[in-house]
Ligand binder design. Structure first.
Ligand code: F6P
Length: 327
């Protein structure tokens, strides 16, 4: 049967992530190749409400595969969570004749989608675009690999200066609810300790480990902490270290939003291109209300509500390994 879909909308929403542009490019080019018009919705759900929508051509996505950020811009819309906001958004989609949507974003984007599609029927698929990797149904999210590599580059640099001064560093990485950036960057940089929200942080044990390292005359100690750790971020951990070890030369560094920017890695560009292409093909095949991901190198389809229900599981082998490798 031929393709009956004629007009789709695409948007990026929530925190931006490197590779979102590559995903937009793949969506636009796959749709136009299949004779489907594409409308870019600016600033996520907020632009949907305000009708900030324009038709995209293949040339609009030229020379963006390598760029960080998102040409469609992004926002976290409070208004969309109200009934009136959702109604306005739906009316704008109808006015523009948009028949289906590709939503690129993270946990908040798909929670919004679940709410919206309970009230309004419009076919939609989602692409996991978040540095946090806090969605079920995919091995990786668009932007995670780049963010981790940015963190690794920064932590390596900090280790150089830490070693020169025999200092202890507490480095905070992003991840409000998820510890993947901390876990992966911490392992890759040989961190002495990694504190993540998925595991209860017993601060006295962390301090005891510092004590043991001190006795062994280990002169550099790097602790990577996720911003959302249950004990707190770099500031809180630093305060407790200072209290118990006032003689140690301790510093903190919050890596912050540098982790969200920059040119996407090769892995993120490929993931984004595959998922953007698959999103349009899914809509053509009437697959809807699903987040697309990649599991074991195959495209996987997960209902929005399941994608946001739980994070992908932290591998316990990795957690156990940290102790062994940092000994
Ligand atoms: O996009 C995810 C994320 O980077 C989280 O890791 C972080 O907690 C949050 O966004 C920060 O959001 P904002 O840029 O709105 O302060």
């Amino acid at each position: 049967m031929g393709n009956t879909l004629k007009k789709i909308g695409v948007m990026t929403s929530g925190g931006d992530s490197p590779g979102m542009n590559a995903a937009i490019r793949a969506v636009v080019r796959t749709a136009i190749y299949n004779d489907i018009e594409v409308y870019g919705i600016k600033r996520g759900y907020q632009g949907m409400i305000e009708g900030d929508i324009y038709q995209m051509k293949t040339t609009d996505v030229a020379n963006i595969i390598q760029r960080g950020g998102t040409i469609l811009k992004t926002a976290r819309s409070k208004e969309f969570h109200s009934d009136a906001g959702m109604q306005k958004a739906y009316e704008q989609l109808m006015q523009h004749g948009i028949e289906a949507l590709v939503l690129i974003g993270g946990d908040g984007t798909f929670r919004g989608a679940v709410q919206f599609f309970e009230k309004y029927t419009i076919p939609a698929v989602g692409l996991p675009g978040t540095i946090d990797k806090d969605l079920a149904g995919t091995d990786f999210t668009i932007g995670f690999d780049t963010a981790v590599n940015t963190a690794v580059e920064a932590i390596d640099k900090i280790r150089d200066t830490a070693e020169a001064h025999d200092r202890l560093f507490v480095i905070e990485v992003m991840g409000r609810d998820a510890g993947y950036i901390a876990l992966h960057s911490g392992i890759a940089c040989g961190a002495e300790d990694i504190l993540i929200p998925e595991q209860v942080t017993h601060i006295d044990e962390v301090l005891d480990r510092i004590d043991q390292d001190e006795r062994r005359k280990k002169n550099v100690h790097i602790i990577v902490v996720a911003e959302g750790d249950d004990f707190g971020g770099a500031k809180e951990v630093f305060a407790r270290i200072q209290e118990r070890f006032p003689m140690l030369d301790t510093r903190t560094c919050v890596l912050g939003h540098i982790q969200r920017g920059g040119s996407p890695s090769c892995a993120d560009r490929i993931l984004a291109s595959r998922l953007g292409h698959a999103a349009v093909m899914a809509l053509i095949e009437n697959k809807t209300q699903l987040m697309l991901g990649v599991v074991n190198n195959e495209i996987a389809y997960t209902p929005f509500k399941d994608a946001v229900k739980e994070h992908s599981i932290i591998n316990s082998d990795m957690l156990e390994m940290i102790r062994v490798l940092s000994a």
